[in-house]
Design a protein around this ligand. Structure first.
Ligand code: GGG
Length: 377
């Protein structure tokens, strides 16, 4: 009989495989009626095929209800080319991060990163922290418009149009590089609106807009101006704003001042890692990449190659990502069961992975959480 959901299952590289195996143990225990379909993605496929995100995986993602993703290893463009199989070298194939491509290709414009301190987690910076970061996920400095070698045509145009470019105009093409920060009004508006809608739905009190509009005037100015306009549609939600640099200090100084945060891509990446560190670090940072047709859930951490296959890392981030996926699918009871199970295991403190000061393996932790899920059902 056909299952209720088709879930793309993308372990990726390194510890991505370990933590996804752990998440599957928990999903099986809450008996989600799903077919999990493996998708090829990651470094092996780059080396073998010259594509870390093969077309067959893109096709798979067009035909699923949601996806779970582990982690990816990315290397700089030149180092990546050296690891291509010899027959593919010298053909001008350029490495691009598969997760960044996935976010753009499927327009997964929301990166939702809840940062909640589970009580009695020894890694909590302070008990009671509960923030949600909305990171714009498809544009900004991650737009992928970059020039390692700057073409003369681009140099001449910039010299003509931008007085600030005068300082760079006499450099040779290989003496500098350009990465474009591109923010659109539509891109700003939809992520900011998503943050306010979330705040309203979950009875959060305030949205803080993170930017650097006093210096990065065009793009961040657009982000802040758009936020002020969108906020008018949400008179029940307070809004404030802060520069990214000040924000990092204030977040540490008084995390309880913050509730929902919204930021362009790069600042959102930074601020969500900081916020994740305050509630337990890499082992607790989970992430949802959400669009209108597809959503992909993952731990915020990377592939940690030195721990790959050792079953050492904490799988809670991935298990919480699976919980986010269940919420997104409308499986609220199962999602709550997982959240409660994580809370109970953390609170009891009997099973702890190395980051939490214990010796439990990735799988020990998954089984402990799965057992709590089963007891609750
Ligand atoms: N699960 C998130 C992850 O794998 N992060 C690693 C990462 O972002 N690597 C850089 C990249 O591929 O963009």
């Amino acid at each position: 009989m056909a299952k209720k959901y088709r879930i793309a299952w993308l372990p990726g590289d390194g510890v991505g495989k370990d933590v996804m195996e752990a998440a599957k143990i928990v999903l099986d225990r809450v008996e989600l009626d799903a077919e999990y379909i493996h998708g090829d993605i990651g470094w092996d496929y780059w080396c073998k095929e010259g594509d870390a995100f093969p077309q067959r995986t893109i096709e798979l993602l067009k035909n699923v209800d949601a996806a779970m993703f582990g982690a990816i290893t990315s290397k700089p463009v030149k180092a990546a080319e050296k690891e291509l199989q010899p027959a593919l070298q010298g053909k001008g194939i350029v490495y691009r991060s598969p997760i960044v491509r996935m976010r753009q290709l499927f327009d997964l414009y929301i990166c939702l990163r809840p940062c909640k301190a589970y009580p009695q987690n020894p890694l909590n910076y302070k008990e009671g922290i509960d923030m949600v970061v909305f990171r714009e996920n498809t544009e900004d400095l991650y737009a992928g418009v970059e020039f390692n070698t700057v073409p003369d045509k681009l140099r001449d145009t910039l010299a003509e149009l931008s007085p600030a470019f005068k300082a760079f105009k006499d450099l040779k093409s290989d003496e500098y590089a350009i990465s474009c920060k591109i923010n659109t009004r539509k891109g700003c508006e939809r992520i900011i609106r998503a943050a306010f809608e979330f705040a309203r739905k979950f009875k959060r009190k305030k949205v803080t807009v993170v930017h650097k509009a006093n210096v990065v005037r065009a793009t961040d100015g657009l982000f802040l101006e758009t936020a002020k306009t969108v906020a008018k549609d949400f008179p029940d939600i307070a809004m404030d704003d802060a520069n990214i640099d000040a924000m990092t200090m204030w977040l540490l100084k008084n995390p309880f001042n913050y509730d929902v945060l919204v930021a362009p891509n790069l600042y959102g990446d930074i601020i969500s890692d900081l916020a994740a560190q305050m509630v337990g670090g890499l082992g607790f940072g989970c992430s949802g990449n959400i669009g209108t047709k597809l959503a992909v859930f993952e731990p915020s951490h990377g592939s940690a190659p030195k721990y790959a296959g050792l079953y050492k890392v904490n799988p809670i981030a991935t298990i919480l990502a699976a919980k986010m996926m269940l919420d997104w699918l409308g499986e609220a009871d199962r999602a709550r069961t997982i959240a409660d199970a994580v809370a109970a295991v953390v609170r009891e403190g009997k099973v702890r992975t190395y980051d939490m000061g214990g010796a439990a393996t990735t799988i020990d932790m998954a089984k402990a959480i799965a057992d709590k899920c089963q007891a609750a059902r």
